[in-house]
Write a protein that binds this ligand. Structure first.
Ligand code: S5P
Length: 448
């Protein structure tokens, strides 16, 4: 046990576990965040870890080793070098050309493959991996895992007949860090309370729009409009002339909660157009939403927001801004509502889990922010807007990725969906906007 404790303390120094407030992929707020990838930066620790993992299994029966990408890849490689058991590599995604194989390396049907995983939570992603490996006609009987987050994953896999060995449970990790004064008693209590909550308590159900704790007047207004119109549709009016914009606003205005604009793409933008647009917005009961995606220091953003050609401060209800410059940078927009971009919809975006957590922390701390743009569940005290929604398409050829209204409302618990080309490029604007409104509202009602 001493050897395991020594290993853990050294790994902790590398930063494999962080304490604070983190939003997991599932939308759950967690008081800690585990990332074992930095272990690969210490050859010595990686060797020690691999040695401990090999001791957990009877390696005589095993013919292959496979690490689940990415954190477990270097671990599996090191275990292969130490034990002499050949390594195979599992792809994260099918490369889409060539052999279309999910596994790389030399193997034969029926061989027994040991799976190596860094962290197990619910066990769902490991089951998917097992499925993929078994589809390639290999046999999986044993799995070794570095850390068990104790959310039912180990039990699930054991029920299905797999032998699962774990090096640490999260409670053991917390106890060891406490014993060596890396965590104080309050922190330990907080984390243990989180861990002991039954999974059903952690899986918060979606709140109705009217039950959400939104303080910002613009957010409250949006919710009122949504309930009046039975709509959670924001249309993205990415058209390039004022005539197209005004026509779009007139024809679909009564189906939407807000019209999202990119003012800088309108060739003949003018304050006269703004006056007309505001008239339509008032008559048709929707808000004006400028998607400027500010991303600068507060002073520059203030100038961009209040001065120049657009003078957004005079006429928009809300704007998008990146949290990249920190929470103070949002203050300059008040009383206009701020929608923080914490995650993007496009392929290859830099907004990974760590970025999203940090961005959500910045957004939550600012009184100006009442909503965020993301592709996942977020804490209840923010409204969630999700773009990248299309009924008929999976994406464009410029990186955009689409989901259906059903998916964003049932899986992400989105409050408002943003639809651009799906609507403004349709032959029949009014019918199509009505179809999106209806599908969106029904998907929302079904999700509560
Ligand atoms: O991550 C994002 C954030 C935004 S605001 N992905 C997005 O697509 N958007 C915006 O939503 C984008 O700038 C565009 O105006 C709209 C999506 O348009 P569509 O035509 O792809 O539906």
């Amino acid at each position: 046990m001493q050897a395991q404790e020594d290993f853990l303390l050294k790994a902790f120094e590398l930063g494999i576990i962080k304490f604070g407030s983190f939003t997991l992929k599932s939308g759950i707020e967690s008081p800690f965040y585990v990332d074992l990838r930095p272990l690969a930066s210490s050859p010595h620790l990686l060797k020690t870890l691999s040695h401990h993992l090999l001791q957990l299994v009877d390696d005589k029966a095993l013919e292959l080793i496979c690490g689940v990408p990415y954190a477990a890849l270097p671990m599996a490689t090191t275990m292969s070098l130490e034990s002499g058991i050949p390594l195979i590599i599992k792809r994260k995604e099918n490369k889409g050309y060539g052999t279309k194989k999910m596994l790389e390396g030399v193997y034969h049907a029926g061989q027994n493959c040991l799976l190596v995983e860094d962290v197990i939570t619910s066990g769902k992603s490991l089951l998917e991996t097992i499925d993929e490996v078994e589809k390639e006609t290999l046999k999986v009987t044993d799995i070794v895992v570095v850390l068990d987050r104790e959310q039912g994953g180990v039990e699930l896999l054991r029920q299905k007949g797999y032998r699962v060995q774990t090096l640490f449970t999260i409670n053991e990790v917390i106890d060891i860090l406490h014993k060596y004064h890396r965590l104080n008693s309050d922190e330990v209590q907080n984390i243990k309370e989180f861990l002991s909550a039954a999974p059903e308590e952690i899986v918060v159900s979606r709140k109705r729009l009217e039950d959400k704790d939104i303080q910002h007047p613009v957010g409250k207004n949006m919710i009122d409009i949504a309930l009046r119109k039975k709509s959670n549709l924001i249309v993205s009016a990415d058209v390039i002339s004022s005539i197209e914009l005004l026509n779009l606003a007139k024809s679909i205005g009564d189906k939407i909660v807000a019209l999202k604009l990119h003012s800088d793409i309108i060739t003949d933008f003018s304050q006269q157009m703004v006056v007309e647009l505001r008239g339509i917005a008032r008559e048709k009961d929707f808000l004006l939403f400028e998607d400027r995606k500010f991303a600068d220091i507060g002073n520059t953003q203030e100038l961009q927001f209040r001065q120049g050609v657009y003078r957004f401060a005079d006429w928009v209800d809300m704007v998008t801004a990146h949290p990249i410059a920190g929470e103070k940078s949002f203050d300059v927009f008040e009383p206009t509502g701020v929608v923080a971009i914490v995650e993007m919809s496009s392929a290859g975006t830099l907004t990974d889990n760590y970025y999203v957590s940090q961005a959500l922390n910045v957004a939550t701390r600012s009184d100006a922010v009442f909503a965020v743009v993301a592709q996942r569940r977020v804490p209840d005290d923010l409204l969630l807007f999700t773009p990248g929604v299309h009924i008929g398409k999976k994406g464009d050829n410029k990186g955009q990725q689409y989901n259906t209204p059903q998916k964003v409302f049932s899986e992400y618990f989105t409050d408002f969906m943003i639809v651009g080309r799906g609507i403004y490029q349709a032959d029949n604007l009014v019918e199509t906007a009505e179809e999106y409104r209806k599908q969106g509202w029904e998907a929302y009602l079904e999700s509560i």
